[in-house]
Design a protein around this ligand. Structure first.
Ligand code: IVH
Length: 670
């Protein structure tokens, strides 16, 4: 066969395979058996092997290609990827409608769409060829995840029309695929994903496209970012156009003339959503006409022509089988409900935090009770109430034990606290939690030393306290499960590097009560060395800006303990730095961080950070975390299910960041 003949055949095969792929993955209407598809694919692969000069990046044979990447490249979005304002109830939706009417009058229509609970991505096509795909990132700059996106079969590599465009959509993992994935992970002893959205996000963040390829991801496209040479006048025309050139568009969209019609659409889907094979967390409402969208324009964060109606948390009843206890870093003992597994919003819930004994008493929760579990988006499930009607009489009231479930010491309730604490500093549970904190990102930042590794090291008796970390030997490390030559070296290097950290990281990492990341920085800046800090009296400490009586007392008491004195000396002899290394900066000089000197409010549930981690991250960068939103607030970081604080921030036109943006800004600033 000559090259011209090969090219002709290859092109024909590609067209045919693209069409079959489209029928299977976009239309869900295969026209040929799988075996026929495989046969043509094999034929194409063979021909491409014979004529490697004819291989193109968008050939259907190249969906899963290439070596794993070292890192994702940054991509600047030509048109920013905005997020949406939220409406949490009918009134807020009607307020949105009123604002629209005030600006453009009454002559307009809406388009309602399902709000797919996945990850926003942008796909760029040139001349109908897929050239790049990226994550949303902070809306302006995302990451190039082209090779992972190419593995998603419903993303066309070549469009039916040779257009230049940027298109936006949501990558998601179908519920069924999510359940199967977690089942496999559980069997293999791997960490489970909390929900389909996290699983989709985790898959797209993999540097090896083979992993994304194995994850059965899918996509719905819902908007055009940029398009050349096409006459499109409305959002609905845009959706039809996207569908006509080969994209997968969710079919359940509807044009609505009035806000009452919108409400009916919302109510209908609230009922029907559990029948879908993918998760939705609300309905998106958009003004249809593009001219009117332009007239309404956008705020810094989100368009005025669209909003997202968020569904309230789903509630499900299940049985509370038992109550388990865990001991945290500070010795606080937390009760957790062990539940009969139940699916809430598409994910299986087996445990739910009960917070403390008072809450158990207040809600009169007993073992054996039927309880209501609530979970919005990816928040940690909570027991909201007991269904008293279901009591049979055999339910057992619960009392917290007198002794620590890990070490057996007597538990105590400190003055004014609801929590019970184990005060034994040698309690294994506290030690491991303390070590995890010591290694965490805003403390000593020891990469690779997470919960699992710490627990293994502790259980194998390789470490008993912080100082032991600096005495670890490679031979012993390698005996641990999943610790090969490379990971042992990496871990030892990360530990070694941490010796050079500036003092504030060590101070925060030690876990002194009330000393958060920000206070640690203030203390380090003002004292410069740990010895200077240790020698200060309560009164002297209180002279330092923002160090109050409670913290001063806690610091003095901490450094008075003989075991702490010994620990500090040991760390020093092991080469751990105990001096402040940063320049002594004024607040204004700290302005290289976007959080520096800012009043920040955290609201809603974050999935990747605990509240205290998020607070520590802001404080470590010079920000001030406060609890209520006022005119003085500079920034609101809003997680899932954010309520009145978010609404207030929107009213006051305060800069709002979602969790992804927050994460991205931390990643950027280190
Ligand atoms: S439109 C400027 N439509 O919801 C408007 N978003 O903050 C951009 N989402 O980041 C979004 N389904 O990830 C739109 N049908 C839909 C959507 C949708 C899910 C996500 C998207 C966006 C977030 C809202």
């Amino acid at each position: 066969m000559n090259i011209q003949e090969a090219e002709k055949q290859i092109n024909q095969l590609r067209d045919q395979l693209n069409q079959y792929n489209y029928e299977y993955y976009v239309l869900d209407q295969p026209s040929v058996p799988d075996a026929e598809y495989d046969r043509l694919m094999q034929k194409l692969i063979k021909l491409e092997e014979q004529f490697p000069m004819l291989v193109t990046p968008n050939s259907p044979s190249q969906r899963v290609g290439g070596e794993p990447l070292d890192a994702f490249q940054k991509v600047e979005h030509t048109v920013p990827m905005l997020s949406l304002s939220n409406a949490f109830n009918e009134q807020e939706l009607r307020d949105f409608d009123r604002r629209v009417r005030d600006r453009i009058g009454d002559d307009f229509s809406y388009v309602c769409e399902l709000k797919i609970d996945g990850l926003a991505v942008s796909l760029s096509y040139e001349d109908g060829e897929f050239i790049q795909g990226s994550t949303r990132g902070d809306g302006m700059i995302g990451e190039d995840i082209t090779s992972n996106l190419k593995t998603i079969r419903s993303i066309p590599l070549t469009l039916k029309k040779r257009v230049n465009l940027d298109v936006r959509g949501e990558v998601f993992m179908p519920k069924q695929s999510f359940l199967q994935l977690n089942e496999i992970r559980e069997k293999q002893g791997e960490m489970l994903f909390a929900n389909p959205r996290n699983a989709a996000a985790g898959s797209l963040r993999q540097l090896d496209p083979k992993i994304a390829a194995s994850r059965n991801l899918d996509i719905f496209l819902y908007g055009i970012g940029l398009i050349e040479d096409e006459e499109i006048h409305s959002h609905s025309e845009g959706l039809e156009f996207l569908q006509s050139v080969g994209f997968k568009v969710n079919p359940e969209w509807k044009r609505c003339e009035t806000i009452d019609e919108v409400m009916t659409f919302i109510d209908g889907w609230f009922e029907k959503r559990s029948n879908l094979d993918y998760e939705i967390d609300g309905i998106v409402i958009k003004v249809d006409s593009l001219a009117q969208q332009l007239e309404l324009s956008t705020t810094a964060r989100s368009p005025r022509w669209a909003t997202a109606y968020k569904f309230p948390a789903e509630e499900v009843a299940t049985k509370l089988i038992d109550i388990d206890l865990s001991v945290g870093r500070t010795g606080v003992v937390t009760p957790t409900a062990i539940l009969e597994p139940v699916t809430v919003a598409g994910t299986t819930v087996r445990r739910a935090s009960l917070h403390n004994e008072d809450l158990i008493k207040e809600k009169d929760i007993r073992i054996g009770d039927t309880v209501i579990i609530r979970k919005a988006g990816d928040i940690i499930p909570e027991v909201t109430q007991v269904i008293f009607d279901r009591r049979t009489g055999i339910e057992q009231p619960y009392s917290m034990p007198d002794n620590c479930p890990t070490c057996g010491s007597v538990l105590e309730r400190l003055d004014g606290e609801v929590a019970l604490r184990c005060l034994n500093p040698k309690c294994p549970a506290q030690i491991t939690e303390g070590l995890i904190h010591f290694a965490s990102r805003d403390a000593m930042n020891i990469e690779g030393l997470g919960e699992k590794v710490v627990e293994q090291l502790f259980n194998e008796r390789l470490i008993h306290d912080i100082a032991d970390l600096y005495k670890l030997e490679k031979e012993k490390l390698m005996k641990l499960e999943r610790m090969g030559d490379k990971s042992s070296n990496n871990l030892l290097e990360a530990i070694e590097r941490s010796k050079e950290n500036s003092l504030e990281r060590l101070l925060f990492g030690l876990g002194i009560r009330f000393v958060g990341a920000k206070a640690a920085r203030t203390l380090a800046e003002s004292c410069l060395t740990i010895d200077a800090l240790i020698s200060k009296t309560r009164a002297e400490l209180q002279q330092i800006d923002e160090i109050g009586e409670k913290m001063a007392d806690s610091i003095v008491r901490y450094f008075e303990k003989p075991e702490v004195v010994a620990l500090i000396e040991e760390l020093r002899s092991l080469g751990v730095n105990m001096m402040y290394k940063g320049a002594v900066r004024t607040e204004a000089e700290q302005s290289d961080s976007i959080f520096a000197g800012k009043k920040v409010v955290l609201t809603g549930k974050l999935s990747k950070f605990t509240r205290s981690e998020a607070k520590a991250a802001v404080e470590a960068r010079g920000g001030n975390v406060t609890s209520s939103v006022s005119k003085k607030t500079d920034l609101v970081i809003a997680g899932e299910d954010a309520g009145s604080k978010l609404t207030r921030a929107m009213e006051l036109d305060i800069h709002i960041m979602n969790e992804d943006e927050f994460q991205a800004s931390l990643d950027e600033q280190g």
